[in-house]
Design a binder for this molecule. Structure first.
Ligand code: AGP
Length: 617
């Protein structure tokens, strides 16, 4: 949830840290801080540990540092998403030990911090924040005997919880130390310099090769040297460097007012990249070599259980419809945080499919661990190379959406859908569940989706008109049936997240069992009704809404004139096979949410209270 950047080298640390934090601000944005060591500030020759922190967005800290820049080539920094203690400067990271010798930033939760704090207080330590992290800084200080990694190792032996940590000591101006347990931490190195960060975008300006730390590992970065060891043993570990294929431009707004809008418009490319190379030359089969490790398991699989959260769950719900319809495998979809606390029935014949953009969502990670304990095989669909969930899965199919910076997920969602279509057709072929001609026809339709999406993106007149008319309405109801019931849920979630208006997604057939009581002229109803086998049913629902003086905004297939008679507004999407319509129908709903939020003056990329990846329960 929080973002960490650390630097050691010859460059101006403040610049590197702030640039990295800007790229990570989506991870947390209620306060920010830096600690930089200045070797030359003190006439005695001892380094000076300078710390600056600010409540609020990163720009507050940037303003402070532009007036009084901190000199030095070694530092750590943090953007916070508060868990313990309100978001103020005092609770912002970095935190220090009693002597002001150690500075530390942390992402995660120290579960036993209260016991540790009491024990340290009995020894005379005094604390100035309400955070769990400050305890860690004191603990490292308590064990410090001149070698930072030893002190961190000793401190972490006392700690229960999850963490990614970056720490420096005033007494060791040539060393940056990090550790990971349950929260992501990556490192990069160049000539005479090293970087630590909680996510790839922070390092894109400097390196395309990273080392991914695993749980219970400690990293020591010195100028020109990077070494990793186990938390329990001080013995060097060999780590592979992983190549990153994201460009720096993918982490920039490139002229768009918000990342969210840029990411919405990137969807045709993201989908091309995700589908690319996964369709056979003859266009009659899906190629997913990633599934090789699951060959045997897929042959004997009897059931799929999809686990995911938020938007990724909505993708999973679409997955259920298509996997059951075409691959004829029974599918259950569960919210990860529910799955992990019930007693799911799983065995070797169950495939657990985890869907996650970030690959770090704590509940989904716990869910796959539970699945493995129960003997199930785990496949994940993920966007972030080398993140925790793919690393702990038996196989992974990556979406190639590129970095998604806006907190509200858009391109990652449609790419997750694309992978689910690929997987469905792959399994349909494997299980002979569909005739070859039908597979070919669906592949042809799928391949055309990116170009059809380009047309959707050019057609924003009605969307802008609806945003203008209804941005101050009482709320929104979203209705869809079958495969587009999840589209309704996703449309409503987008509105809630970024415009702070209430919106509810419902299966249209359920309307008469309750939500119909809400229908009135102040609650626009968005009806997702492209051509499909439930189209007529949607038309009946629309009539029921109109009969009660409701406002209807329909999303319909180009050429559907009938729907226009019954709706106040119609957003047309190109004609595609009904089964593929969720890939197109989601996009006008993203745009509608975006333009409503823009009209309401909301902070679109960083909506209040949210964070991009939810690495705590
Ligand atoms: C989407 O707009 C949300 N911000 C959120 O629901 C997100 O999809 C959810 O937290 C799951 O994240 P993940 O895909 O990284 O696991």
């Amino acid at each position: 949830m929080c973002g960490i950047v650390g630097y050691i080298g010859q460059r101006n640390a403040q610049e590197v840290l702030l640039r990295g934090l800007r790229r990570l601000e989506y991870r947390g944005y209620d306060s920010a801080g830096v600690a930089i060591l200045n070797n030359k500030a003190n006439p005695s020759g001892a380094a000076v540990l300078q710390i600056k922190k600010r409540a609020g967005k990163l720009k507050g800290l940037e303003a402070l540092l532009s007036k009084r820049p901190l000199k030095g080539n070694l530092g750590i920094s943090h953007v916070r998403w508060a868990t313990h203690g309100i978001p103020n400067a005092r609770n912002a990271h970095p935190h220090r030990d009693c002597q002001g010798r150690i500075a530390l930033v942390h992402n995660g939760i120290i579960e036993n911090y209260e016991q540790l704090k009491e024990a340290l207080a009995r020894e005379g330590h005094t604390f100035c924040s309400q955070t769990d992290t400050e305890v860690l800084a004191h603990l490292v200080g308590r064990f410090y005997r001149g070698r930072l990694e030893d002190a961190l190792r000793a401190a972490l032996k006392k700690v229960r919880g999850s963490y990614a940590i970056a720490v420096i000591s005033r007494d060791e101006p040539g060393k940056l130390v990090g550790a990971r347990m349950g929260s992501p931490l990556i490192a990069g190195s160049g000539e005479n310099e090293g970087f630590l960060a909680s996510d790839i975008p922070a390092l894109l300006d400097y390196t395309k090769e990273v080392v991914l730390l695993d749980d219970r590992e400690i990293i020591v970065l010195e100028r020109g040297k990077l070494s990793v060891s186990n938390l329990d043993k001080d013995q060097p570990l060999k780590k592979k460097r992983v190549k990153i294929n994201w460009d720096v431009s993918s982490a920039e707004k490139e002229g768009f007012p918000h990342f969210m809008l840029k990411e919405i418009y990137e969807q045709p490319k993201a989908l091309r990249d995700t589908l690319g190379g996964r369709i056979s030359e003859k266009k009659d089969a899906i190629i997913l070599p990633e599934l090789k490790p699951l060959e045997k398991a897929l042959a004997s699989m009897q059931r799929i259980v999809i686990i995911s959260c938020g938007t990724a769950r909505h993708a999973g719900l679409v997955g259920k419809y298509i996997l059951e319809q075409y691959a004829r495998v029974p599918v259950e979809v569960d919210i990860s945080s529910e799955f992990r606390y019930r007693s799911p029935i799983l065995n070797q014949k169950t495939l657990v499919l985890a869907i996650t953009q970030s690959g770090e969502t704590a509940d989904t990670l716990a869910g796959i661990r539970l699945a493995k304990e129960c003997g199930a095989k785990v496949l994940s669909i993920c966007n972030v190379l080398g993140s925790s969930i793919p690393r702990e899965s038996d196989a992974v199919i990556y979406t190639h959406a590129g970095p998604e910076i806006a907190v509200a997920s858009t391109k990652a969602y449609t790419c997750q859908l694309a992978v689910l279509y690929l997987l469905t057709l792959y399994l349909a072929g494997l299980k002979n569940a569909l005739p070859g001609a039908k597979i070919k026809q669906l592949i042809a339709g799928l391949e055309k989706i990116p170009q059809e999406l380009e047309k959707v993106l050019q057609n924003k007149k009605v969307i802008l008109e609806c945003a203008r008319r209804y941005y101050h309405s009482f709320g929104f109801l979203y209705l869809g049936r079958s495969l587009n019931f999840p589209t309704a849920l996703e449309g409503a979630l987008k509105i809630k997240e970024i415009s702070y208006m209430h919106a509810e997604g419902y299966a249209a057939g359920e309307m008469k069992h309750g939500p119909i009581a809400l229908i009135n002229p102040h609650l626009p109803v968005v009806c997702i009704a492209p051509e499909s086998r439930v189209h007529q049913k949607m038309l009946s629902n629309i009539e029921e809404i109109k009969a009660r003086r409701g406002i209807v905004i329909s999303v319909a297939t180009a050429g559907d004139k009938l729907i226009a008679h019954h709706s106040n507004h119609v957003i047309y999407i190109p004609r595609v096979a009904g089964v593929l319509s969720p890939l197109l129908a989601a996009v006008p709903l993203q745009l509608l949410a975006y333009h409503i939020a823009a009209k309401r003056g909301c902070d679109i990329d960083q909506p209040k209270n949210l964070a991009k990846s939810v690495t705590v329960e």
